[in-house]
Design a protein around this ligand. Structure first.
Ligand SMILES: Cc1cc2nc3c(=O)[nH]c(=O)nc-3n(C[C@H](O)[C@H](O)[C@H](O)COP(=O)(O)OP(=O)(O)OC[C@H]3O[C@@H](n4cnc5c(N)ncnc54)[C@H](O)[C@@H]3O)c2cc1C
Ligand SMILES: NC(=O)C1=CN([C@@H]2O[C@H](COP(=O)(O)OP(=O)(O)OC[C@H]3O[C@@H](n4cnc5c(N)ncnc54)[C@H](OP(=O)(O)O)[C@@H]3O)[C@@H](O)[C@H]2O)C=CC1
Length: 511
């Protein structure tokens, strides 16, 4: 069993408390990049870890270093014509790809054109993996269109159900106002893709404290999504998906239901969707005195109000609601490319790429959400389908394509040495480093925690005296030091609990 050490900020032990641009290398004029995710987002604030080379940046970005590897910056969407003007070797074709003929080195687009490539990089992202796909009451959020459709439906909703326990769900429960939210999760605690139960508890208290009420005052700069909406419509007909949204996607969307209250969230944990009934089906069901055909058990309905749709959960509760949001992860968008092409696919359905971002087919590379990293990773890196990694992969894939074209060797990019992600949940800065949830470490690890309710939550994951990962919630100022400690794998055994002692200036300690 892992050892857990808990401390408050006062030192006492306690229990409570990311655009890529392929720069002007003429040797790449025949390299095609399919998909225009990262480079085409509207102005939005991105919280991201970047490489030290700063590729693809221009003067329009305003950067703020969070640590040596983590930085925060604004990205401004520009029309593709501007891109072509600034980088004359780039030609943007605004048409979806409907077929890839890898043996002929050829792609066919929806407008009936075909293009011969020397090298190809597939960056078509992913699409939401929906529960009960096809049900008109189940929505997923991926791009501007789907986010705006959701906003529209929310304006007439009194109660919605959110399924899933990852990034989208976490952001939605915090952002939605004036609408009752039933949040159904498979796990015991919220945010399983990002947190452990301790961090979840730290954040859950925010769901019920006055901090939520005051959050509007803390909201970051708003931006509009009009430009992005247009872009999504004109470029992505092949798959009917636009670029995935990124940090602050909900800014500029009025996520408000019909009710006057701010937040009303009810969490149903340890359950999944068993069945969805349309109103008529449900009425018929009621006539059969609440005996469900599936298991012949009586089930409890939660209220007497009539709803357009009813969800039966595996814990036998049935909730009526106006809408079901399936925030249940993504599946790589490989369809138009795999048909007739013998790609190796990863377990998650992505295009397998090696340590040169090369797929299993000649001259085809892939980057971002569409791919599955299939190299032997660093002990403190794992793939997650994040903006951060999509950008790093895009940058590195371009370098690999150029190196391969020139017959030059290339080392693995530094960004893949350490997993690092910075984001915001419940208005707290959240930094995730390395094996932040002790992923793949087995039971032979130790956790050290420092938590001060409402202020900070610090967790480090130790193995054999070395720091393997960390979760930093709040303004901890520990990210840079911990980044270094994880990267250099220094033996920290002799420091013991002092590592999290708030009375010790750890930055000075390891200088
Ligand atoms: C709501 C939401 C919030 C998010 N928030 C964050 C966050 O805060 N931080 C973070 O790090 N990550 C976040 N992510 C994840 C992040 O957005 C993705 O990991 C990232 O955008 C993936 O980049 P990509 O370039 O691989 O794919 P995408 O951004 O999805 O771009 C793929 C592009 O390919 C195009 N395309 C698809 N099929 C075809 C085709 N057949 N022909 C031509 N073009 C095609 C699409 O139109 C799209 O433009 C969020 C995702 C969502 C949905
Ligand atoms: N701030 C950020 O960094 C944000 C990042 N994102 C990224 O955008 C992408 C899409 O986000 P999201 O959809 O939230 O995906 P995530 O992968 O973050 O989370 C999906 C969640 O749904 C659960 N799930 C999967 N299938 C089912 C099911 N059938 N029933 C109930 N629960 C299920 C998963 O559980 P399990 O893990 O057990 O399978 C997991 O909790 C992700 O790549 C995410 O990382 C999105 C928003 C914000």
């Amino acid at each position: 069993m892992p050892t857990v050490l808990l401390r408050g900020k006062d030192g006492k032990a306690c229990l409570t408390d990311f655009r890529y641009v392929i720069r002007g290398d003429q040797s790449l004029e025949k390299a095609a990049i399919l998909g225009k995710g990262l480079g085409q987002q509207n102005k939005r604030k991105a919280l991201d870890k970047t490489d030290s080379h700063g590729g693809g940046h221009d003067g329009r970005e305003q950067r703020r270093m969070v640590s040596k590897l983590l930085e925060e910056f604004d990205v401004e969407e520009q029309p593709s014509t501007l891109l072509e003007t600034r980088f004359p070797n780039i030609k943007v074709i605004e048409s979806g790809v409907k077929q890839l003929k890898s043996e002929e080195h050829c792609v066919l687009t929806e407008d009936g054109s075909q293009y011969i490539y020397k090298q190809l990089c597939l960056c078509a992202g992913a699409k939401p993996k929906l529960v009960c796909e096809g049900n008109p009451y189940v929505v997923g959020i991926r791009d501007t269109d789907s986010a705006q459709e959701f906003q529209k439906q929310l304006t007439t909703a009194k109660r919605i159900m959110i399924i899933g326990n990852g990034g989208i769900a976490l952001e939605l429960v915090y952002e939605i106002e004036g609408c009752e939210v039933i949040w159904a999760i498979k796990d015991k605690a919220i945010g399983n893709t990002f947190f452990d139960a301790g961090a979840a508890e730290f954040l859950t208290s925010e769901l019920i404290t006055e901090k939520l009420e005051a959050k509007i005052a803390h909201k970051r700069t708003r931006y509009t999504t009009e430009g992005r909406k247009k872009e999504a419509r004109t470029t992505a007909k092949a798959s009917n998906v636009g670029s995935a949204l990124g940090p602050d996607w909900h800014e500029g969307l009025n996520l408000k239901g019909t009710k006057e209250f701010s937040h009303k969230i009810h969490i149903e944990n340890m359950c999944e969707i068993k069945k969805i009934y349309l109103q008529e089906e449900f009425i018929n069901l009621k006539k059969e005195s609440l005996i469900l055909p599936s298991d012949n058990k009586s089930v409890k309905t939660i209220d007497k109000e009539m709803w357009p749709v009813y969800v039966e959960l595996t814990n036998e509760k049935i909730y009526g609601c106006d809408l079901i949001v399936s925030a249940t992860g993504v599946t790589p968008n490989v369809e138009p490319f795999v048909l007739g092409n013998n790609f190796n696919l990863g377990q998650d359905g992505g295009l397998e790429v090696d340590d040169h971002m090369h797929t299993s087919l000649p001259d085809i590379y892939a980057a971002g959400d569409i791919c599955t990293a299939s190299w032997q990773p660093s002990p403190v890196w794992q793939q997650m389908r994040l903006w951060t990694q999509a950008r790093q992969m895009g940058w590195y894939a371009a370098k690999c394509m150029a190196a391969d074209h020139l017959g030059e060797p290339i080392d693995m990019d530094f960004s893949f040495e350490l997993f690092a992600h910075v984001t915001k949940f419940f208005n707290y800065k959240v930094v995730l480093l390395g094996k932040y949830n002790a992923q793949d470490l087995g039971s032979d690890h130790e956790l050290m925690l420092r938590c001060t309710k409402g202020q900070e939550y610090v967790k480090v994951v130790m193995q054999n005296g070395r720091m393997m990962g960390a979760v930093l919630i709040g303004e901890t100022d520990l990210e840079e030091t911990f980044e270094n400690l994880i990267l250099n794998q220094m033996d920290l055994s002799s420091y013991g609990e002092d590592l999290l002692d708030p009375n010790i200036d750890i930055e000075d300690y390891f200088d």
